[in-house]
Design a protein around this ligand. Structure first.
Ligand code: ZN
Length: 310
């Protein structure tokens, strides 16, 4: 069929009803996404350097499956595509995966995401966590200069878990009262470099100086100076690891404040709110998600897809 010119197409628009125009609009949007995801796959195809099974660099094209280019390794004879061995491999409905990253950028709950994607909530849940697998692993490798550090707390949640619950379900969801001291709370350390706003967020198995040190020591550069709210665990951590720790309470000048990290903590809390209590098991995924979003000025669905595909 001869490709109609865009002007011919446009000239027919006034003849369409409102319903037809809306239908067309949706179809254009769908096509747009299809082409975008196609382009992402193409670029992934070009990035393949070796077989994901055996690392051999000898492979050839081997037809396509579901519209995706397949390759065959000359060494181990196994076939693969651009997403083999990535968190996104073997996920169905690839044509919806860009829309999937859109709902993630919007921060929709599983229920709302499932509705928008027209998939069941099990699929929406599976996709969410597969798309977060790589993001969860990304943490800053170094923090230098003034590093503001503080903790924020999330209520322990066994949402969606049926087995191995530590207490009766009646009691679950009872708000914990003592900030940070209760076993019902999960402490999350937030450490933020003052000049760059590079941020680390990490669940602490326990809120103590040893656990703080385990997370901070490997990433702090020699010139790093930690600003905290003056809590004892920071002082102890500093002493044990030879790290310069300043307290925002004692500081006379305005330099040693923790306003940036506090603001980051509030943004994290506010962003998590619509998810209505994330299961503790998945909290780390959500932290990685927010970390990734905070690094970008205005992240796009394609960027999200690329980060998830690794
Ligand atoms: Zn191979």
């Amino acid at each position: 069929m001869k490709k109609p010119s865009i002007y011919t197409l446009i000239s027919t628009l006034p003849k369409l009803s409102v319903e037809e125009l809306l239908f067309l609009k949706a179809e254009v949007h769908r096509q747009e996404k299809n082409q975008a995801i196609e382009a992402l796959w193409q670029s992934k195809n070009q990035e393949i350097k070796s077989c994901p099974h055996c690392d051999s660099e000898e492979f050839t094209k081997n037809g396509s499956k579901d519209g995706r280019q397949r390759f065959r390794c000359k060494s181990c004879s196994k076939t693969f595509n651009a997403l083999t061995n990535t968190p996104l491999s073997r996920l169905r409905f690839a044509e919806k995966h860009l829309q999937q990253t859109e709902v993630m950028l919007e921060g929709l709950s599983i229920r709302k995401a499932a509705e928008k994607l027209n998939v069941n909530s099990r699929t929406a849940f599976l996709w969410r966590h597969r798309f977060l697998e790589n993001l969860e692993k990304e943490q800053p490798i170094k923090l230098g200069g003034i590093v503001e550090a503080d903790e924020t707390f999330f209520l322990k949640s066994y949402k969606g878990q049926r087995n191995g619950l530590p207490r009766s379900s009646k009691k679950r969801g009872t708000p914990a009262t003592k900030r940070g001291l209760s076993a019902e709370q999960v402490p999350v350390l937030i450490a933020r470099e003052r000049t760059s706003n590079i941020t680390l967020t990490q669940i602490l198995p326990k809120r103590n100086s040893v656990e703080l040190g385990k997370v901070l020591k490997p990433v702090l550069t020699k010139d790093a100076m930690v600003c905290s709210d003056g809590a004892k665990i920071y002082k102890l951590m500093g002493k044990a690891n030879g790290i310069d720790v300043r307290s925002s309470k004692k500081a006379r000048s305005g330099t040693y404040h923790i306003q940036n990290v506090n603001a980051a903590g509030q943004r994290l809390k506010g962003w998590m709110y619509p998810f209505k209590g994330v299961a503790t098991k998945y909290l780390s995924n959500y932290l990685g998600w927010k970390r990734w979003m905070e690094q970008k000025d205005s992240p796009t669905p394609s960027e999200f897809w690329k980060a998830s595909a690794g």
